[in-house]
Design a protein around this ligand. Structure first.
Ligand SMILES: *Cc1c(COP(=O)(O)O)cnc(C)c1O
Length: 429
């Protein structure tokens, strides 16, 4: 059986690394900044991208590459790279194909940090973003494109709004305009959704969340499907389809082909110049998390669903948002894209508004208050009194974060213990 035919659980455990005789069974941590060569000619070939190999860990490191190869297998891609954070992954994924004077279409329902990166920081770099309602019609979506549009961006399950992206609709519009669709697959993970199977071209991750799963290491990843034909749209992507003067005139799409060009360019240019590398030690931790990703995601999704069902039945709760609930707006879309479950994050409104939500949170004993989501320990956040505390009641509603909203990230505990904790805290209000 070839490696690619193996099932996803097997890829989680053994993907990316096949040790030879007498080599370490566990992925070794190559904690070395630099690599030794016998001659300058040998090293020169690496600098010219004439040979593949390691010379400096800012560009590539064997531990990081091994773990990237595992994530590449999980997503079903052609090439992948690790980065220092999810933010770095989102930035590199777009900046690799867009520069000053270009334009990108993005779903408006995305992680706040990504929104800020796009709407403020990348705007200062001369890249303009149009944010569209993820539930807009095809006509509205097509109308957002301009002649200088270079990519489309969205999140499989958006953090924190929990909207579910219609990946096929977004991919169709992107391809009709000759550009790739980039999907942030952080919340679903490749266990529950593989965006490439629905037409996405590039996937990004904040591996800080479920992929790591234990809250130990900040990290990011970019995976290329190898499906986007850059050369067929060479006028739009000169960075991939014309010679790179900083690498002696090589043309990435010619030299590395459709499956290798995008990640090679992001590594050779962006990693070289920005240095947002993941440390080998962090990559090792990430790999430990990946080894149980399939087991953990099943439990996160079960706990999320059980807790969401409990909340929906409680008379102290005004509304519940969880994509796998039959009452959810995205239930049908969720069944199509994530038939085996979604994630452990649930949001809900507490009867009595902001004051009641604060009192409820204070009364929780097992579930901790944290800004983090998506690790083994359950945690929750009241955005109106934490991340969004500068906003007044009207601004909160406009941001999709009403004062009564509590975001709960269900960990891997027994779900009945989570329900018991929620029950006693709700009784206190
Ligand atoms: C957390 C998060 C990010 C940012 O990732 P960091 O690792 O914190 O930089 C990006 N996208 C999504 C969906 C996230 O949840």
């Amino acid at each position: 059986m070839s490696k690619n035919q193996r099932r996803i659980e097997t890829k989680c455990v053994q993907g990316g690394y096949t040790p030879g005789n007498g080599e370490p069974r566990q992925v070794p941590i190559i904690q070395s900044t630099t690599f030794k060569y016998a001659t300058s000619e040998d090293m020169g070939k690496l600098f010219d991208l004439e040979a593949s190999g390691y010379f400096y860990s800012r560009l590539q490191n064997p531990t990081c590459d091994t773990v990237a190869a595992k994530i590449c297998e999980l997503e079903g891609g052609s090439a992948a790279m690790l980065l220092s954070s999810g933010q770095a992954a989102s930035f590199f994924a777009v900046f690799n194909i867009a520069s000053v004077g270009d334009h990108v279409v993005s779903s408006a329902s995305i992680y706040g940090g990504t929104y800020n990166l796009f709407a403020v920081t990348m705007k200062k770099m001369g890249i303009e973003f149009t944010f569209v309602d993820p539930d807009c019609t095809e006509e509205e979506l097509n109308a957002a494109f301009r002649p200088n549009t270079k990519a489309v961006f969205g999140e499989t399950i958006a953090n924190p709004a929990l909207t579910v992206l219609d990946i096929e609709k977004f991919a169709k519009a992107a391809h009709a305009h000759g550009v790739p669709l980039i999907v942030d697959n952080t919340f679903a993970t490749p266990i529950h959704c593989r965006p490439f199977e629905h037409g996405a071209d590039i996937v990004t991750h904040s591996t800080t969340k479920y992929m790591d799963g234990h809250g130990v290491a900040v990290g990011g990843c970019i995976v290329d499907s190898g499906n986007f034909n850059w050369m067929a749209h060479a006028d739009k992507f000169p960075g991939l389809c014309t010679p790179d003067e900083s690498y002696h005139g090589i043309t990435y799409a010619e030299k590395f082909g459709q499956g290798g060009a995008y990640i090679t360019k992001a590594t050779a240019q962006l990693m070289r110049d920005f240095g947002a590398t993941q440390s080998p030690q962090s990559a090792f931790y990430l790999n430990l998390g990946l080894e149980s990703l399939h087991v953990r995601m099943e439990r996160h999704a079960l706990n999320g669903r059980k807790v969401a069902e409990f909340l929906e039945s409680s008379d102290k709760i005004t509304w519940v948002n969880y994509p796998s609930l039959p009452s959810n707006k995205y239930y049908e879309r969720t069944k199509k894209y994530m038939p085996n479950g979604t994630c452990g994050v649930v949001s809900f409104g507490v009867k009595g508004g902001r004051a009641a939500a604060e009192k409820f949170m204070k009364a929780l004993k097992l579930i901790a208050i944290e800004t983090h989501v998506a690790d083994a320990r359950s945690c929750c956040l009241h955005p109106a009194s934490a991340t969004h505390r500068q906003m007044n009641e009207q601004e909160l509603i406009a941001a999709g974060v009403p004062g009564d909203l509590v975001r709960l990230s269900c960990g891997l505990e027994n779900y009945q213990d989570l329900i018991d904790d929620l029950t006693q805290a709700l009784e206190s209000i």
